[in-house]
Design a protein around this ligand. Sequence first.
Ligand SMILES: Nc1nc2c(c(=O)[nH]1)N[C@H]1C(S)=C(S)[C@@H](COP(=O)(O)OP(=O)(O)OC[C@H]3O[C@@H](n4cnc5c(=O)[nH]c(N)nc54)[C@H](O)[C@@H]3O)O[C@H]1N2
Ligand SMILES: Nc1nc2c(c(=O)[nH]1)N[C@H]1C(S)=C(S)[C@@H](COP(=O)(O)OP(=O)(O)OC[C@H]3O[C@@H](n4cnc5c(=O)[nH]c(N)nc54)[C@H](O)[C@@H]3O)O[C@H]1N2
Ligand SMILES: [Mo]
Length: 760
Amino acid sequence: MAGKPPTGDPVQDAPDVAAPQHAAAGLPAIAHTLRIAQKQMGVRRTALTLLKVNQKDGFDCPGCAWPEPDKRHAAEFCENGAKAVAEEATLRRVTPDFFAAHPVADLATRSGYWLGQQGRLTHPMYLAEGAETYEPVTWERAFDLIAEELHALTSPDEALFYTSGRTSNEAAFLYQLFAREFGTNNLPDCSNMCHESSGSALTDTIGVGKGSVLLEDLYQADLIIVAGQNPGTNHPRMLSALEKAKAGGTKIITVNPLPEAGMERFKNPQNARGLAGGGTPLTDLFLQIRLGGDQALFRTLGRLVLETEGAVDTDFVREHTHGFEEYERTARAADWDETLRATGLRREEIEEALRMVLASRRTVVCWAMGLTQHKHAVPTIKEVVNLLLLRGDIGRPGAGVCPVRGHSNVQGDRTMGIFERPSAAFLDALEKEFGFAPPREHGLDVVRAIRALRDGDAKVFFAMGGNFVAASPDTDVTEAAMRRARLTVHVSTKLNRSHVITGARALILPTLGRTERDRQSGGDQFVTVEDSMGMVHASRGRLEPASPQLLSEPAIVCRLARRVLGTASTTPWEEFEKDYGTIRDRVSRVVPGFEDFNARVARPGGFTLPHAPRDERRFPTATGKANFTAAPVEYPKAPEGRLLLQTLRSHDQYNTTIYGLDDRYRGIKNGRRVVLVHPDDAHALGLADGTYADLVSEWTDGTERRAPGFRVVHYPTAPGCAAAYYPETNVLVPLDHTADTSNTPASKSLVVRLEQADPA
Ligand SMILES: Nc1nc2c(c(=O)[nH]1)N[C@H]1C(S)=C(S)[C@@H](COP(=O)(O)OP(=O)(O)OC[C@H]3O[C@@H](n4cnc5c(=O)[nH]c(N)nc54)[C@H](O)[C@@H]3O)O[C@H]1N2
Ligand SMILES: Nc1nc2c(c(=O)[nH]1)N[C@H]1C(S)=C(S)[C@@H](COP(=O)(O)OP(=O)(O)OC[C@H]3O[C@@H](n4cnc5c(=O)[nH]c(N)nc54)[C@H](O)[C@@H]3O)O[C@H]1N2
Ligand SMILES: [Mo]
């Protein structure tokens, strides 16, 4: 069973636990970075590579999607960005000899950590039907095999084309074009598991599914609320922005069940105060909320604003919004008892937050997975919007919504058309530019794609990056579904679990990473990306590719498209492969905001995409106004003797890529199978610190899922709310446990019981 720790693995998961820390970054971060980087890359390559991260002539950091400030430090550099770079620029290699020595059945017993640590993939590899090992294959043969399986399908909708969020704009644009010329909108992506709830909520309420602030706005804000996000680990460069904002007098409210070190105090490695001194305290008010209590919190803040004389921006509400009366009626009925139950907060804490909201003339709300991965994620984010609308805090400097994206180009991929539910306008533009009739019927997202594989309705699974099997919910169901496929194909840089849980036939197609030079017959190429704030800029790799066999992602799509579509396609795939500038010319005619793409991206720093609510207070919604909404308040409840469990990231991982076994800020060392439990809950359950327990999730249909052998850690989380790392706990997330509307797996609120177990 997938929930079991892998056995054939030399890695020993034996957690050591110390007290959590209260500050992030500082000298230990630099020391830790250099240790990991030099282990992977050696000293010289470490220095050369890390100097090029996020520089104007360098490559975009494959870490996170946080934007680069205009004036860059020589090392605009953060610990976890450096780890992401080291992971890609490693000198270790996974060659055909490696595969010959390791049958797939053996690889399937290894941990994701071990697989990733083997190094970069060097050759296209093929696992034939019934074969025990992957064998090297030529690129031509690989494309033939894919074409053969795609042509054998009864309908193009039996194929799935997944994307992870590191793919460049150019590759993403070609990939969706290929899928649609082939005949399907089945373009599930990691966003479906990530910020889909933000996209849904923002599209309905403000008309644009993206954040409405730029870095400058954070510096100008009077108040920044950071809810459901752990930037110290996942967006470390955001801490520099928060530090700068604080220096200008900004106040910060943090809303989180966990006291995360990064939000407590930041020791900026870029300055002396950060390195030697005590650092900057960031959070002014910490609201230690129960999991999923945010909708109730924002609803009550809205109610209190409504009840305060002169607190509502009535001009803005009258001119720019729709649905105020119904919202007002609903919000005024919000009741303290329910709010306190849902949030676990004290009334005085919420009243203190209200005072800070009222004292602020410009408020920004930032959030990430703590808000998006709940059953009621979409209404929760809409409730954030309600509060901002009341105060007129959208579409003016220093104020707005700031969903902080994950993967470095996940936002750009969506802009380029990686979406299973494309707008008619986008399809019309494609049709006009390329002269074919794109399919109009909507395609499958991640959860529906898994169901289609499970039920035999999808037969070919193609992934442009990512680690679908490990990142998706309900590991056992997902793995069984994947094994039913006729063919699974992964365009990848590193070995991962998705390469060893395969369909009848499988291919691994190795590709260039961000850090690597991309040479085509038309000369050296660069690609472009869009960050979390809608800024588009170029990314150029400098390192020699990990192997001469690698093809770039755009080249892979172009060759695949030519082989699969043949003369049926009049798209100039050969020209696209030669010169990515010709792809950008097409993008500029299909995607709004990209006019004159090549010229504008040539400017240092790139350009900012238009955003109607931000730029002109125009709200392209169905009503033509910004919409207040009035959904009933929901929050997750755990029966007696059960806890709510969130699945989250440690400090030493990038999603399913594990860099190491430590979670420094939380005081965890040398192990990942830990469950953080409030001491009162642990005592009530009779679980001493250091005992081992199985995590058993209970689902409404009566089924149970088990992840065995987690070390219980007494931890200052909100009472009733436990935490454990993803992806080890994905086995616990039922496939049907998803957010309403966005269909995002609700990975932050599982009902679990802890069963005492013998130590592993
Ligand atoms: N180093 C590193 N960087 C990364 C990643 C990585 O794995 N490693 N992943 C990237 C990706 S794809 C993404 S999407 C982002 C993820 O960035 P985050 O969203 O910061 O990632 P998580 O670890 O899932 O953390 C969720 C945070 O929300 C809190 N939280 C959980 N539930 C709730 C809730 O109900 N209410 C509130 N208010 N808070 C809650 C948790 O305690 C935790 O602090 O990071 C990106 N950057
Ligand atoms: N339980 C639970 N599940 C979750 C989450 C959670 O919080 N809890 N978070 C969800 C979120 S927010 C996300 S975004 C998803 C992540 O889902 P994915 O994006 O699918 O997963 P990653 O682990 O980021 O993918 C890592 C793999 O990408 C490949 N790769 C890396 N760089 C490149 C590149 O440049 N090109 C190509 N082609 N391949 C590359 C490598 O082979 C590596 O093994 O997981 C989701 N799953
Ligand atoms: Mo994500």
